[in-house]
Design a binder for this molecule. Structure first.
Ligand SMILES: Cc1cc2nc3c(=O)[nH]c(=O)nc-3n(C[C@H](O)[C@H](O)[C@H](O)COP(=O)(O)O)c2cc1C
Length: 558
């Protein structure tokens, strides 16, 4: 349906939910099924790109006072190895400089690309189709050079737009030594290109952004924690997403998640902060991103079914005592790795990585609760990569499985094809739960299941993130979003580890779900493959020109 903007009643339904728990789970399972790509039929899409209505990738709030953030990420010398391996990084004081580095490295622009007459921005956080449905927010108490309140991060200009002006009372609602980063999604940005499946991509992107924030915070010596208790309605109230007049004629934003960033210690609870936000003076009007929009009812229904209620914080998953994670091959500053991260558009089909490099990347996918991004993601691991190994020195090409939790291993063995070998590869460090299922050249199979994309075959390895599905979903439809977020968090780790290993990665949202399941011999829905990934020797597209990220602000750097 065309031309109807998300109006108040519909939006209210989307942030408060409409259905009871069992119906919600049923609806989300139906969405999952209908949004699958199949070899003979892709999930419903727009059937062509409506360029006249391409959504603006940059949200701004007109009339909101703006605060320029400094561009200081370059001055951070801390190494990627230190940040990602949990070595001591002296905590920075929370001030405008630190906020500038935090937002630049998490959600800021990393480069502009141009080709012919087209020019587009890339960001430190990746996004399916580079459409960037994720928006970033800050809620803070009074800081030396920033008033208390709620701010929207305007990535194009690296500015904070003040949406709500806090009062001295905000100091008592926000524990000392930290701040809140909020993430939201504009589903239409993604649906414009991808139709029904787009809502899944919004969730992946949110997961990537969670990890991007956690890594950026770790560069500043801060830790990140997901504020699990908060309901979507509370998040919407704090960030002003439920303020209908402020979004008049503009595409609404859906609440995703709040992250507490800063020192260890107390975390903010919804009650008082939400009340203060409701009483605050709000400023600014959201810009309209498209002249017209297509309404994807399936997305609206799924989003309404998966609204998160207030829930107790999940007990942290038992993390086994893992040995120190080995350093990556390259010793680069963290800011360099984060800002140079790119998706490979093509792989050379010849690069081979060492078994040690491969094992280190897999090791980095194991949850070490002290390290970023796992300090933000306390829940027990529910996602287990099924790998197509193509070119890893000393490792037989074939199908492998990394069981990220001991508890999942037995269920995986029972759920997948009976004939799989479940052999431990020689020379794989004992604590990395990697299993060879089938030695075979699977390049063609990887290409086919990844919507015939060559990047899945010409790489060193590709994978499908196999998520526990039925059991976690029984806790509520909102858990569906978290499963996708977990795959996004894992994807962000792979993106950065690949850069630090001298290779490159690409997320793959386009894959044939059930063909992948069939290949694994998976029946039923105990597990589902939710996201694919590929890592290898990248080949750049020589037709594209790269430009510095913030030259338009008068700051020229590469
Ligand atoms: C969730 C997700 C799904 C993606 N799916 C694909 C894909 O199927 N094929 C592909 O070539 N790239 C895919 N990408 C890569 C994006 O196109 C890329 O992130 C985007 O163009 C931005 O470029 P950058 O990652 O270099 O910043 C995906 C990325 C994400 C985060």
């Amino acid at each position: 349906m065309r031309g109807s903007y998300p109006h108040g009643a519909k939006h209210l339904m989307m942030i408060t939910g409409t259905t009871n728990a069992a119906e919600g789970i049923e609806q989300i399972a139906a969405y999952h099924q209908r949004s699958k790509h199949q070899l003979h039929r892709y999930a419903p899409g727009p059937g062509g790109l409506d360029w006249a209505n391409q959504p603006d990738p940059f949200r701004v709030f007109a009339q909101a006072p703006r605060v320029q953030l400094p561009l200081v990420a370059d001055s951070l010398t801390v190494s990627y190895a230190a940040v990602s391996r949990g070595r001591y990084v002296a905590p920075r004081p929370i001030n405008l400089d630190a906020l500038g580095a935090l937002f630049e490295l998490a959600l800021g622009i990393s480069a502009w690309k141009s080709y012919g007459g087209a020019r587009w921005a890339l960001r430190c956080n990746p996004s399916s189709g580079n459409l960037h449905p994720t928006e970033g927010y800050l809620a803070c108490g009074e800081l030396p050079d920033l008033k208390a309140g709620v701010y929207h991060y305007a990535s194009r200009d690296h500015q904070l737009e003040r949406r709500a002006l806090g009062t001295p009372a905000w100091a008592s609602a926000l524990p000392q030594g930290g701040l809140v980063v909020g993430l939201t999604s504009i589903h239409w940005r993604e649906a414009w290109k991808y139709g029904m499946r787009a809502w899944r991509y919004c969730q992946h992107d949110c997961g990537h952004a969670i990890a991007a924030v956690a890594f950026a915070a770790a560069c500043l010596g801060w830790r990140t924690r997901l504020l699990e208790e908060w309901s979507d309605a509370d998040i919407a109230a704090l960030l002003g997403l439920d303020r209908e007049a402020d979004f008049f004629m503009a595409e609404r934003e859906e609440p995703d998640v709040l992250l507490w960033v800063g020192r260890d210690g107390a975390i903010p609870e919804p009650g008082q902060l939400v009340a203060l936000a409701r009483d605050a003076q709000w400023l600014g009007r959201a810009n309209r991103l498209s002249l017209d929009q297509v309404e994807w009812r399936d997305i609206d229904r799924a989003a309404a079914a998966a609204v998160k209620p207030c829930s107790p914080t999940e007990a942290p998953g038992a993390t086994p005592d893992l040995p120190q994670l080995r350093d990556p091959r390259l010793d680069l500053p963290a800011a360099t790795v984060i800002r140079q991260r790119r998706s490979a558009v093509d792989f050379d089909g010849v690069t081979t990585i060492s078994a040690a490099a491969f094992h280190t990347m897999l090791d980095a996918l194991l949850a070490r609760s002290r390290l970023a991004p796992w300090n933000a993601w306390a829940a027990a691991p529910r996602v287990h990569p099924a790998l197509f190994v193509h070119r890893v020195a000393g490792l037989a090409p074939g199908l492998y499985l990394l069981a990220r939790s001991e508890a999942a291993l037995e269920t995986l063995k029972h759920s997948l094809r009976r004939e799989w070998l479940w052999q431990r590869p020689p020379d794989c460090p004992g604590h990395i739960p990697l299993y060879l299922l089938l030695p075979y050249d699977l390049r063609e199979a990887a290409r086919v299941v990844s919507c015939h994309q060559d990047i899945a075959a010409d790489s060193c390895f590709a994978l499908g993130f196999l998520a526990e599905f039925e059991a976690p979903l029984s806790a509520g439809a909102w858990v569906y979003r978290r499963l996708f977020w977990e795959t996004g968090v894992l994807g962000q780790v792979l993106y950065l580890e690949a850069e630090a290993a001298g290779v490159r990665a690409t997320g793959i949202g386009c894959f044939f779900d059930d063909e992948m399941h069939e290949l694994l011999g998976l029946e039923g829905t105990a597990f589902q493959s939710l996201y694919h990934f590929t890592v290898g020797g990248a080949v750049d597209d020589p037709r594209l020109t790269t430009h510095p990220p913030y030259a338009h602000l008068g700051i020229c750097r590469t």
